[in-house]
Write a protein that binds this ligand. Sequence first.
Ligand SMILES: [Zn+2]
Length: 149
Amino acid sequence: MSIKKKARKTANPQRKKTQKKRQQILGDKIIVNFAKLSEASKRSYGIPSYYESYTYNCIACGKDFQFSASLQQQWYEEKKKYFWMRPNKCGVCYEESLQLKREIATFPKLLRTSLTIDELKEMLAKLEKFNLLSKNKFDSSLYNRIKKY
Ligand SMILES: [Zn+2]
């Protein structure tokens, strides 16, 4: 390396930093191992050659999260999820919605017992929260049933 070049590099540390950042993003690419994909994924069109990290917006909390290349590889090659399935929630909201789903599953049984107004209100609040977390899987008939009590 010439002295001139070296001097320029140290003289501009900010530039060096941006270059490094760009390299990391470019470096965060993983080759898709087509053979490891699920059968349904293999039949679908347009499978890219690389997994590339990208940012998505959690439908529940509205924050931005990264779907990293390595997590994509795990989803599609290890867990054999369908290739075009994409996360729409962050980890925290996903866990919360799973927990609520389990609780809500016990509601029909609970409704056959005698419940206090507060217990019913709590159930409604949980259904409302679940609705926020997972837009389309909301059981509105259960909600209306509880509301009638
Ligand atoms: Zn979230």
